[in-house]
Write a protein that binds this ligand. Structure first.
Ligand code: DC
Length: 227
C-alpha cells in the first residue's frame, strides 16, 4: 500500500466531471478525497438557516465564520456533510442551494475562512485529492500535482443534464452550468491554467479514460518532483 505523502489539487468548471473523477482517482491512489464545493454549499445552507440576507457581504462573512460544518473525506464511503449539527448531505444538492451558493463564493472574507478550513483538512491527511475552483492556485499551490480539468461547454451541459436525470430544460441547465460559472469566476480563475498547472481536457474522453489520464499526470508530476 502506498503511504508516500501526496497532495493532488484539481480545479475546473461545473460539469467537467471533477467530483466523480477526483473521487475515483483518490480511491485508486489510496488517498482521502475533499470536495470543497460541498463546503461552499454547506455554509450557504447555514447562512440561509440563520436568515442571512445574501445581498449583505458582511452578514455572509460573519455567518460563514460561525458556521460549524463537517465533511467526510473517505472516497470509498458515501459523502456525508453536516452544517450546525444537522445532516445536510442531500439538501446541499438541491437547486435552491445551487442557485444561492455564488453569493457566498463571491464574498472574499467567506472564501478566506473556507480556504483556511480546507488547508486544515488537507494538512490532516498524508495523501489527499482536493477539488474545487481555487485549489491549484490558492488553497494548495504547493500540491505535488496541480490539474485543471476542463471540457467543452457542450460536453459539460450534456453531462450535467444526464446527472440531473434529464429533468431540466436547456435554459435551466445553462443557468446551472454557464451562468453559475460566470458568477463564480468573479474572484477565482478556473477557466485557464495558472503557471505550473496542467490542463486535462475531457471533452472527448469517457470516465475511465479521464481517470487514467489524470493518474498519468499525477505520476508524471511526482516523477518530476523527485528528479
Ligand atoms: O463544485 P460545486 O458545484 O459543488 O461548487 C459549489 C459552488 O461553490 C460553486 O458555485 C462554486 C463554488 N466553489 C468555489 O467558489 N470554490 C471552490 N474551491 C469550490 C466551489
Amino acid at each position: 500500500m502506498n503511504t508516500t505523502a501526496l497532495v493532488v489539487a484539481i480545479d475546473g468548471p461545473s460539469g467537467s466531471g471533477k467530483s466523480s473523477v477526483s473521487r475515483e482517482a483518490a480511491r485508486r491512489l489510496n488517498a482521502a478525497y475533499l470536495d470543497t464545493g460541498a463546503m461552499y454549499r454547506a455554509v450557504t445552507l447555514s447562512c440561509l438557516n440563520r436568515g442571512v440576507d445574501l445581498e449583505d457581504k458582511e452578514a455572509i462573512a460573519a455567518a460563514v465564520a460561525a458556521a460549524e460544518i463537517t465533511i467526510s473525506t473517505d472516497p470509498n464511503e458515501p459523502q456525508t456533510v453536516t452544517a450546525d449539527g444537522e445532516d445536510v448531505t442531500q439538501r446541499i444538492r438541491e437547486p435552491f442551494v445551487s442557485e444561492r451558493v455564488s453569493a457566498v463564493s463571491t464574498t472574499a472574507a467567506a472564501r478566506e475562512n473556507l480556504v483556511a478550513r480546507q488547508r486544515g483538512i488537507i494538512a490532516e491527511h498524508v495523501r489527499i485529492v482536493a477539488e474545487g475552483r481555487d485549489i491549484t492556485t490558492v488553497v494548495a499551490p504547493d500540491a505535488d500535482a496541480r490539474i485543471l480539468l476542463t471540457a467543452s461547454e457542450e460536453a459539460r451541459l450534456r453531462r450535467r443534464g444526464l446527472q440531473l436525470g434529464e429533468s431540466q430544460t436547456a435554459e435551466q441547465l445553462a443557468a446551472q452550468v454557464v451562468v453559475r460559472d460566470a458568477k463564480d469566476s468573479a474572484l477565482v480563475n478556473f477557466t485557464t491554467a495558472a503557471d505550473g498547472v496542467i490542463t486535462l481536457d475531457s471533452s472527448d474522453l469517457d470516465f475511465e479514460q479521464t481517470v487514467q489520464a489524470l493518474l498519468t499526470l499525477v505520476e508524471q508530476a511526482q516523477a518530476s518532483r523527485t528528479r
